[in-house]
Design a protein. Structure first.
Length: 349
């Protein structure tokens, strides 16, 4: 059973998750090559070390196991039109059936889209039919239309990769919003820490005798949803689908140290620890009152203020995240999805 700190001893305000992030600090394009991204290495109370992602193999230890999320981003953003000619947008979040015809989605303009409304491509093809609101209230069920049995073909024709809303520059190479090991289509956003890894870095890790093992967590709504309550500990997480292969879990259990690449890998592993189930749906909320139990080190990007991702970072290293962010801001690190990264050590003192 997961140990949780006594909530009565921990209080938090939304302001506790704030820091000053100027727009110019948000990376608009990925660095080339991928592993040239900077890496701020957590050393606990000692000064952090300034390295690069290409140095990751030498920063790991014999006996480590590295865990990556092999989910693949699909062209989930559909810019469509209503029969009246008005613009609409659909962001597919997760399939609701095995055939991937019915999806949970964000739709705009939500107030004008009644159940049964069809949305069309610029060429006049009916692409999506809007269903009813989900129980959560902020998403809808939608049905992807078309003659083909492979829904991904419809998305490839009419959709685009759903870059985060703070990315305004055009991405000339869509593969740069995929990890090099992405194999399982399904996510509405990339597990962005993994965007830095290259085949050469992964080979360097394996050359040291360190295993790289996969998990799957479908990146969904909480990537886009801000915390909407004054007490962040009362935020309600949306559920996400995860899967941890039995071989991965066995390797993790035998590891001297578990190194997760990205917050989604953390959520997958910690969900198994919390439920005892290797796959399913998770609403696991990691924060100061519910710290991590399995993951020992985390490579992650720099996250937006006032988000559950920042709370997860605090679940790993506690309040010293603020000192590391201050160091990154002072050192001109690049922030968010296409930005630089940190390597955090849960046990550093």
């Amino acid at each position: 059973m997961r140990h949780q700190a006594d909530r009565s001893l921990i209080s938090m305000r939304l302001e506790d998750l704030d820091y000053a992030l100027e727009p110019e600090r948000i990376a608009q394009t990925p660095v080339e090559p991928r592993d040239a991204a900077r890496l701020l290495v957590d050393r606990g109370s000692a000064a952090p070390e300034h390295r690069h992602v290409r140095d990751l193999p030498e920063l790991l230890r014999i006996g480590d196991v590295v865990v990556v999320n092999e989910t693949k981003v699909i062209p989930a953003r559909l810019r469509l039109r209503r029969a009246t000619g008005g613009a609409s947008e659909v962001l597919l979040l997760e399939p609701r059936d095995a055939a991937r015809r019915v999806w949970e989605a964000l739709v705009r303009p939500a107030r004008k889209l009644r159940p049964g409304t069809q949305l069309f491509s610029a060429a006049g093809d009916a692409v999506v039919e809007v269903g009813s609101r989900t129980e959560a209230g902020d998403t809808f069920t939608v049905t992807v239309l078309g003659d083909t049995t492979d829904v991904l073909e419809v998305l490839d024709e009419h959709g685009e990769l759903p870059l985060p809303p703070y990315i305004h520059a055009r991405l000339d190479e869509p593969d740069r919003y995929q990890t090099v090991y992405a194999t399982v289509p399904g996510s509405a956003a990339a597990p962005t820490a993994g965007l830095h890894l290259t085949p050469e870095v992964l080979a360097g890790i394996r050359d040291r005798g360190i295993d790289v093992v996969p998990v799957e967590l479908v990146v969904g709504l909480d990537t886009f949803a801000p915390i909407g309550v004054d007490d962040p500990l009362r935020h309600r997480m949306h559920s996400e689908r995860y899967r941890v292969p039995e071989a991965t879990w066995e390797r993790v259990r035998r590891a001297r140290r578990v190194v997760a690449i990205g917050t989604t890998s953390v959520r997958a592993l910690e969900s198994v620890a919390a439920t005892g189930l290797l796959e399913g749906r998770t609403r696991l909320f990691l924060h100061a009152a519910a710290p991590v139990q399995v993951v020992d080190a985390l490579m992650t990007n720099f996250h937006l203020p006032r988000t559950t991702l920042l709370m997860l970072v605090e679940a790993v290293i506690g309040p010293r995240w603020r000192r590391l962010y201050d160091e990154a801001l002072a050192g001109d690190y690049r922030f968010l999805s296409f930005g630089d990264a940190m390597l955090l050590d849960r046990h550093a003192r």
